[in-house]
Design a protein around this ligand. Structure first.
Ligand code: ADP
Ligand code: MG
Length: 149
């Protein structure tokens, strides 16, 4: 487990760009943290670093958005609404961990679909300022990414 501290959204997006540079198809990134912690901000920085120019926002209502890059597709999930319905039988397994990189906000609501190899990030808001603590835990083969960050 590693840990970094960012002081503003730019720093979180710079960190996301680093993660993007180490990413390859099949990677799943679980973005843990409360509302406003910076999960979507991270995804924006990640996507922009790979050349996505369209606006990246939380796919709360449609659960998943796809962004195309020159490298691989980005599957961006926001599982928040699955708390009540569950993630079963919606075809999500056709995306998670397949040909693209998958970023999942509220991964605790998609537990059954999380692969063993994944990068776990935990975002925690600073109490008195804009800082965010980001804990990094590479599970399985993603331990190599944690090592390089
Ligand atoms: P989440 O997707 O986790 O609910 P968002 O990324 O949508 O959170 O919102 C985070 C908000 O906090 C944004 O308005 C962003 O500009 C702001 N912010 C302030 N400081 C930071 C920081 N260090 N890292 C990320 N976001 C930050
Ligand atoms: Mg969000």
């Amino acid at each position: 487990m590693k840990e970094i501290l960012t002081n503003n959204r730019d720093e979180t997006q710079k960190f996301a760009a680093l993660v993007a540079a180490l990413s390859s198809p099949g990677l799943v990134i679980a973005l843990n943290g409360d509302l406003g912690a910076g999960k979507t901000t991270f995804t924006q920085g990640f996507s922009r670093a790979l050349g996505v120019t369209e606006r990246v926002k939380s796919p709360t209502f449609n659960i998943m958005n796809t962004y195309h890059t020159h490298h691989f597709p980005i599957y961006h999930f926001d599982a928040y609404r699955l708390e009540e319905t569950g993630a079963q039988d919606q075809g999500f397994e056709d995306y998670v961990g397949t040909d693209g990189v998958t970023l999942i906000e509220w991964p605790q609501y998609m537990k059954d679909l999380l692969p063993n190899n994944r990068l776990e990030l935990i975002f925690t808001r600073g109490k008195y300022d804009d800082s965010r603590k980001i804990q990094i835990n590479g599970v399985g083969s993603a331990v190599e990414i944690e090592r390089q960050l």
